[in-house]
Each structure stands twice: as structure tokens, then as C-alpha cells.
Write a protein that binds this ligand. Structure first.
Ligand code: ASP
Length: 437
């Protein structure tokens, strides 16, 4: 058994959190490779070290003084080292990083130093080797991640160490410059390390006990999700329910490795298992989760005998393509086609798009319906259960929620409804209560 454990920013925000993380690692000798984030917020008013580093970068770029903010960064690390009672100094690193910032080295380099320093402390505290991500995570000349070379190199470096800590978030490009993933990217590093190590499980330690069935800002104390498939997760994260960086899924998914979302502050909670294939489709709750997003516009195009007009759909979509607008959904009838897009994506080209569609397909009418929300009811349990859609629609009808559109994926693991934005919270509440209470 081999486990890769990634600890997020809040799990390594100060010495107290470091101790908890280290205890978790030490309590199981199969947790051999540990991926560290930069120190995150200690409370809601605090700042993440990555953000402080970026502030320094921008100040230096404008030739402004960075002393005060840089000092705050150093003292975060000094406090951690002192709080852990370590005989260790990062002063040399601090001064070379500061010199680099003042010489205006790249933004990615500056942003990456948060994990670099934190991983060094964690390695020291655990007594593990420190493997710098710049030795084994690669980007090409266009700064695209190179999976094969990374996996091969990572695997051979890992094989030299039984236990090691690797900083998350960054690697190196062909020109020899540090490159970071997008924000939250330590999750991706963890996934890459897990795949390269051939881990049995990728543990992602954070500050929540797994994924919840609904947004806790809308539903009070929603139930946790014990097990979710990669596909269900994709459906829910598309709607904005995130616990993990989206790109973190690919390396482990390809390798068939499950991800376990765990809580550093409640290490006994089992958290959520994200699995390639579920152990059972008999989900007690039928649905796995419900999530949604606001800010959707529907473009309804109507034309008599549309169904027999070859190329109709393509012409409509081509107009969007020309404006670089991706579409979200495409529910269609015999003589109507509806294209759902985010309101933001057409903000500046609404008029042009409608005019061009008129020209392209000569429709009987085109209507834009704005201020819609999409809500996805997701669950592999729905495949084997009859009447789930009926329950969703009946429950919403009882609450007088007008459903503007319905879309069910052919895989039957989701039902998506569009409602007016003002009914967003009510819709989520109604669906959650229908299946959970
Ligand atoms: N420290 C980086 C960020 O704040 C990466 C991470 O935490 O995953 O985005």
C-alpha cells in the first residue's frame, strides 16, 4: 500500500496545523510522499502567502518598496519554524528570493516560493527528503504541461527516496524558468505525484470533511458525500461545486487511482472517496448531489419545419463560434432550438449575435431569455431508479417553481433544469428536501 498525501494551505497555515498534518503522515507509514501547499489563511481576515508574494511581485514591478510585505512573509515562516521547535533557518532563502523579486524575476517564480519554503520546513520536520518540483515537473516552450516527461522523471526520482516531501503548484519550462499551474494548482501536483508513484490512493487533506451534497450557504448542514464517481464529480464541479482543482482529476483518473478528500482538523472523518467506478450504484439517497449556477441566458431560435433544414444547428452555432462564445447546453424541440450560454460571454456581442443569426438561418423568431439559473441533480443512483425526474418536477411544481427548460444527459446520471434566477435557492432547497428529508 502506498499513499500520496497533499496538504492544502489551511492545513499548513501555522505551526499548530503543521503538527496536525505531521501527525497524520506519521500515523500511517504508507503515507510516503507528501505534497505541500503554501501557508494559507489562519482565519478569515488573514492573507495567503501566495497572495503576499504576488503583491511583492507587483510592487517591485512598479519599483515600489516591498520591505513591509516581504517581512510579513518571512515572519510567517519564522513563526512556523519556531512553533515547531525546529533548529532550522530559511534566512538564506529569504534573502535570495528577495533579491530575485527586486530584480523583477518572473511572476511564476515569485508565486511558487510559498510552496517551496513550506515544503522545505515540512520535510525537515518529518525527517523526509525534499524533492524540488523543478527537478521533475515540466512545461514546454509554450508553458504547456508535459505529462510523459514529467511522469518518467518523477518516477525515477521518487524511486530514490522512500519518504519525501514535494512542493505543490509549480515546475520548470524548457527555458529553465519556473512555471506555476493556475491557482489552487497544488492539487494537480499531488495528482501527478500519485500517478507517478503508482499510489493506491491520493489523499487530499483540506479543511472540510469531504464534499457536501449541496452548497452549505443554501442548505443548512448538508449531508456529506461518502463516495462519488469521477463522472458525477465532473457534473457537479461544472456547476461550481468544487473541492479540488479541475485539472487535478486527469493524472489520477488515467491511472485509476481514487482520491480521498479528508479534513486535517477532523482526521477520523472518512471524507469523500472520488472513484473511477463506484462500489455500488444503490445510493441510499438516490441522488449524489445537487448544484447550480446563475448568470445564464437562453437564445431561443424558432422556425417552422426547422427539423428538415439541413445545417440549421451548425449555422446557429457558427455564429457563436465566430464570437468565441462557448455554449453550455443545447435543449431542442422540433421547430425550436435553444442555446444556453453564460450571460457574461455574450455581454458585449448580444446584438451582433442576434443579427447574425437572423441572417444565417432566417428564423421566424429569436428571443433572448436572460437571468436564468441552471441546476443539476446528479447521481448514478438515478439510472436504476424509476421516477426520479417525476419527483424533481412534482416537487418543484408544488413550490410553484416554473421550469423553463429541462435537459437530461444520455448517461442518465444528471437532470438539468433551468429556472429563473430568483428561484435558484428555492429550487436547490426543494430538490434537496425531496430526496434527503
Ligand atoms: N498556493 C497556491 C494558491 O494559493 C496553490 C495552492 O494552494 O494550491 O493558489
Amino acid at each position: 500500500m502506498l499513499k500520496v498525501a497533499k496538504f492544502g494551505g489551511s492545513s499548513l497555515a501555522d505551526a499548530v496545523q503543521f503538527r496536525k498534518a505531521a501527525e497524520i503522515v506519521k500515523s500511517d507509514s504508507t503515507r510516503r510522499y507528501v505534497v505541500a501547499s503554501a501557508p494559507g489563511k489562519r482565519d478569515s481576515h488573514d492573507e495567503k502567502v501566495t497572495d503576499l508574494l504576488l503583491q511583492c511581485y507587483y510592487l517591485a514591478k512598479e519599483k515600489k518598496n516591498i520591505d513591509e510585505i516581504f517581512e510579513r512573509i518571512c515572519s510567517r515562516y519564522r513563526d512556523i519554524i519556531a512553533g515547531l521547535g525546529l533548529d532550522y533557518s530559511l534566512e538564506e532563502d529569504f534573502s535570495s528570493i528577495k533579491t530575485a523579486v527586486l530584480h523583477r524575476v518572473g511572476r511564476h517564480y515569485v508565486a511558487s516560493r510559498g510552496e517551496y519554503l513550506n515544503a522545505k520546513i515540512l520535510a525537515k520536520y518529518l525527517g523526509f527528503a525534499f524533492i524540488d518540483a523543478e527537478e521533475c515537473i515540466f512545461f514546454d516552450e509554450k508553458n504547456r504541461f508535459i505529462p510523459d516527461k514529467t511522469e518518467e522523471t518523477m518516477r525515477s526520482i521518487l524511486s530514490l527516496h522512500e519518504y519525501a516531501v514535494i512542493p505543490g503548484f509549480y515546475g520548470i519550462n524548457t527555458e529553465g524558468s519556473i512555471r506555476t499551474f493556475s491557482r489552487g494548482g497544488s492539487d494537480i501536483t499531488g495528482s501527478i505525484v500519485a500517478a507517478a508513484a503508482g499510489a493506491d490512493i491520493y489523499e487530499n487533506w483540506t479543511d472540510v470533511s469531504g464534499m457536501l451534497m449541496a452548497d452549505p450557504r443554501i442548505i443548512k448542514d448538508p449531508l456529506p458525500i461518502p463516495e462519488i464517481t469521477y463522472r458525477e464529480l465532473r457534473e457537479l464541479s461544472y456547476m461550481g461545486a468544487t473541492v479540488l482543482h479541475e485539472d487535478a482529476i486527469f493524472p489520477v483518473r488515467k491511472a485509476g487511482i481514487p482520491i480521498n478528500i479528508r479534513n486535517t482538523n477532523a482526521p477520523d472523518a472518512p471524507g469523500t472517496m472520488i472513484v473511477p467506478k463506484a462500489t455500488t450504484n444503490e445510493v441510499e439517497t438516490i441522488i449524489t448531489g445537487v448544484a447550480g449556477k446563475k448568470g445564464i441566458t437562453a437564445i431561443h431560435v424558432e422556425k417552422d419545419m426547422m427539423n428538415s433544414e439541413v445545417g440549421f444547428g451548425r449555422k446557429v452555432l457558427e455564429v457563436l463560434e465566430n464570437h468565441n462564445v462557448p455554449f453550455e447546453h443545447l435543449p431542442s424541440g422540433i421547430d425550436t432550438m435553444s442555446v444556453l450560454v453564460t450571460s457574461k460571454s455574450i455581454e458585449e456581442c448580444k446584438g451582433a449575435i442576434t443579427a447574425e443569426m437572423v441572417k444565417a438561418v432566417n428564423p421566424d423568431s429569436i428571443t433572448l431569455v436572460e437571468n436564468l439559473a441552471l441546476i443539476a441533480v446528479v447521481g448514478r443512483g438515478m439510472v436504476n431508479t424509476e421516477g426520479t425526474a417525476a419527483r424533481v418536477f412534482t416537487a418543484l411544481a408544488k413550490e410553484n417553481v416554473n421550469i423553463r427548460m429541462i435537459d437530461q444527459g444520455s448517461s442518465e446520471i444528471n437532470i438539468i433544469v433551468a429556472v429563473e434566477e430568483k428561484n435558484y435557492e428555492k429550487t436547490i432547497n426543494t430538490i434537496y428536501n425531496e430526496f434527503i428529508k
